[in-house]
Design a protein around this ligand. Structure first.
Ligand code: ASP
Length: 608
């Protein structure tokens, strides 16, 4: 037997026990004639005491960091206890030991605060995974996985696997493709998600499906994306939006409780997509703090749906605002006494290329009611008061104002709001605020292709009230500049996203389940019937055989774990992630393949 206990198990109650431990050497500390060794495994660290004889033996046969060691001995009380360790009251007085394997000197220290940089740690990921900091992330991931499975199982969901080698149907992201040896010149694609399969399973009558499953998308990797990632993917039949919201709100609350011990008893708030855009400047608002956007001016075409009321027109006179398409503001509580240095720094912040604004205007509304601004000479006192009223600012606030083109300015104010929330400590890692965002537009206009694209995916159904608008209007866009005037721009989707602390953690929709409407949808996306049949004939065919009404959702499993772990990075929660360029630096993949493999696949590489 290699071991009788793990390195995390022994306590003071075990005093006197004969034990055998096996693990990795974390540290070696020699004190005169005796030696202390910290032995580590997945469960913890136990201090080993090597007495004089064994210390002499060690001199003949030196140990090093990360050697694999088996040690036999007796549990005894430690003279100097270590309250930071679960085993810190005891040590094992070793009587004999065996070196099970040696180790080369690791390229970085296997400790919480390692000296290894990102790439080095990824290259030696198997060593990085020994670190407690990474191990606890994988523990959390497994706990989320277990909780999700329990909940879904208890609600009658069935885990059904779907294939990875499927047909290329690029929509949204780019497919990863796999050449087929047996079918010369033909390719499989890896699934961007099991979307069509889970819908087919509904047609087959498996009315509650789930899978914790890998998805593959060949996208340019923006920060913190992985080309392969994991979803908790679910689908249900005979449901309406409300049924789905209730079921999956339940799932997330269950995970919160099981994994973090959090009782999330509040109902999850709901916000329409347009309110999110108007009030927060993006479709995944962080509602841990308020600081809503005031829309002082915006172009008539901004968003197809309802417009917010503006309290009072922005007066003419200040060229920057007069010439801007959009003027938006946020009132920052308690910051009216910001110094020149602080406002200059914020101005530089909004001018950074990632934010892209030309400048920042501000109004300081002091606690005593006096008003000072960066554009004092252009407006009267009464006009300033009107603007302050419109922003809902209170004495003691500073109002930050951005002006420019609609899209960029709205994005910038959203970023500025998040930044100010962070600076004021309003975005706490240990506070969890969920939100459903509803009523998304069904379509988005693609300038590049001058056509409509599905905002979610082409299987999402329009809201019942908007189906006629879709059926009775042609998708043709005559005037690209005014595409928002097209009836399609105002069609809303039967779709929903779940947002946690400003991150989209899940999204789904009620699906189209009639062949005719699905054909109409493909046509709206500029897909002729031949192309639709070539790509999705299997689904259209299935819809002929009694497809039930259905809908579903998928959660980003990696992101959910990262958020629950209080981290920004999903990579820390994946055992073997890719780096920012999509490479596995440990395997050195992707890599070239040899001529023979290319030959078998009938592939010839183009000279570059
Ligand atoms: N398959 C969708 C996605 O990956 C989720 C869904 O609609 O259920 O985004």
């Amino acid at each position: 037997m290699y071991r009788t206990d793990t390195c995390g198990a022994l306590r003071i109650q075990d005093k006197g026990k004969q034990t055998t431990l096996a693990g990795w050497v974390q540290t070696i500390r020699k004190f005169g004639a005796i030696t202390f060794i910290d032995l580590r495994d997945r469960y913890g660290i136990t201090q080993l005491l090597f007495g004089e004889d064994l210390t002499k033996q060690l001199e003949q046969q030196p140990l090093g960091r990360e050697f694999v060691l088996q040690a036999m001995g007796t549990v005894q009380e430690r003279s100097s206890k270590n309250p930071a360790l679960a085993t810190g009251d005891i040590e094992v007085n070793v009587v004999s030991y065996t070196i099970l394997n040696k180790s080369a000197t690791p390229p970085f220290t296997i400790q919480d605060d390692t000296d290894g940089g990102d790439d080095l740690r990824l290259k030696y990921r198997y060593l990085d995974l020994r670190r407690n900091a990474v191990k606890k992330n994988l523990d959390l991931r497994y706990a989320v996985n277990r909780a999700a499975r329990n909940y879904l199982h208890n609600h009658g969901f069935m885990d059904i696997e779907t294939p990875f080698l499927i047909k290329s149907t690029p929509e949204g992201a780019r497919d990863f493709v796999v050449p087929s040896r047996m079918n010369e010149g033909q390719f499989y694609a890896l699934p961007q998600s099991p979307q069509t399969f889970k819908q087919l399973l509904m047609v087959s009558g498996y009315d509650r499906y789930y899978q914790i499953v890998k998805c593959f998308r060949d996208e340019d990797l923006r920060a913190d994306r992985q080309p392969e990632f994991t979803q908790i993917d679910c689908e249900m039949s005979f449901v309406e939006q409300e049924d789905i919201l209730e079921m999956f709100e339940g799932l997330i609350k269950y995970i919160f409780k099981e994994v973090k011990g959090i009782d999330y008893t509040d109902n999850v708030g709901r916000m329409s997509w347009e309110d999110a855009m108007w009030q927060y400047g993006n479709d995944k608002p962080d509602i841990r703090f308020d600081m809503k956007i005031s829309n002082l001016k915006f172009p008539s075409y901004a968003f197809p749906f309802k417009k917010p009321a503006i309290s009072g027109e922005l007066p003419q006179g200040f060229k920057v605002f007069d010439e801007a398409e959009t003027v938006v503001a946020i009132a920052i509580p308690g910051c009216s006494e910001y110094s020149r240095k602080q406002t200059d720094e914020l101005t530089d912040w909004v001018k950074r290329p990632q934010i892209g604004m030309k400048g920042l205007a501000f109004i300081k509304y002091s606690a005593d009611g006096t008003v000072k601004s960066s554009f004092d000479k252009f407006y009267t006192e009464a006009q300033f008061k009107n603007i302050l009223d419109a922003t809902g600012a209170l004495p003691g606030d500073i109002v930050l104002i951005l002006a420019g083109t609609e899209e960029r300015t709205r994005k910038a104010i959203s970023e500025l709001r998040l930044e100010m929330g962070k600076r004021l400590g309003l975005r706490k890692d240990d506070e969890f605020k969920l939100l459903w965002v509803l009523d998304f537009p069904l379509f988005e206009y693609s300038e590049e292709d001058n056509r409509w694209v599905a905002r979610h995916h082409p299987f999402t159904s329009p809201r019942p009230a908007d189906i006629d608008t879709m059926i009775n209007n042609s998708p043709e866009i005559k005037n690209a500049a005014n595409y928002l005037a097209h009836p399609y721009a105002s069609i809303k989707a039967n779709a929903y996203d779940m947002v946690l602390n400003g991150n989209e953690i899940g999204g789904g929709s009620i699906r189209i389940f009639q062949r005719s409407l699905q054909e109409k949808m493909f046509a709206a996306l500029g897909m002729g019937i031949d192309e639709a049949l070539h790509k999705f004939g299997f689904l259209l065919g299935a819809f002929e055989y009694g497809a039930p009404p259905h809908g579903g959702i998928a959660f980003g499993f990696d992101r959910l774990c990262a958020l629950l772990g209080g981290s920004e990075s999903i990579r820390d929660f994946i055992a073997f992630p890719k780096n920012n360029s999509g490479r596995d630096v440990m395997l050195d993949a992707p890599s070239t393949i040899d001529e023979k493999q290319l030959d078998e696949l009938s592939l010839i590489l183009k000279d570059r």
